[in-house]
Design a protein around this ligand. Sequence first.
Ligand code: CMP
Length: 157
Amino acid sequence: MLNEERTFVAIKPDGVERGLIGEILTRFEKKGFKILALKLLEVTDNQAAMHYEEHYGKPFYARLVKYITSGPIVAMVVKGYNAVESVRHIVGATNPLNADVGTIRADYAQVMEYNVIHASDSLKSAEREISIYFNKNEIVDNWKNMAEEIIENEELL
Ligand code: CMP
């Protein structure tokens, strides 16, 4: 079943520093996903704590927060059919060693702690994470991209 969904994606500091912004955005655009919001920002300690609250207390938590606040990230809201699951297929497994060939993490990362990109793992997380990084007025959905028009016109829904 096709469900229109929005999800949160962030290119992490290692991805930004390595000049991968364009490569990564291209993958989502070519898939036909619509970018509803996009910005480069420095994550505050407060945003990092909210984003990673489920990992609080884990042995890697302090390193995780240090890393995500170490340089700018590129945050975005991505919309498309079954976007949460579909984006995670493109991103690949959390540990790049287990990521399928052709995914972003398989292609650009070696270790779990510097895995280049984050993508929400559920619709609930997506809405929570979007609200950490974006105000409502920064999300622009009053336009149609080509993939949306084609699918709507074919009456596949
Ligand atoms: P991400 O899925 O973006 O969000 C949580 C991050 O925590 C994950 O990417 C990894 O970068 C990191 N992470 C998850 N599990 C571990 C772990 N066992 N050791 C170190 N880092 C981890």
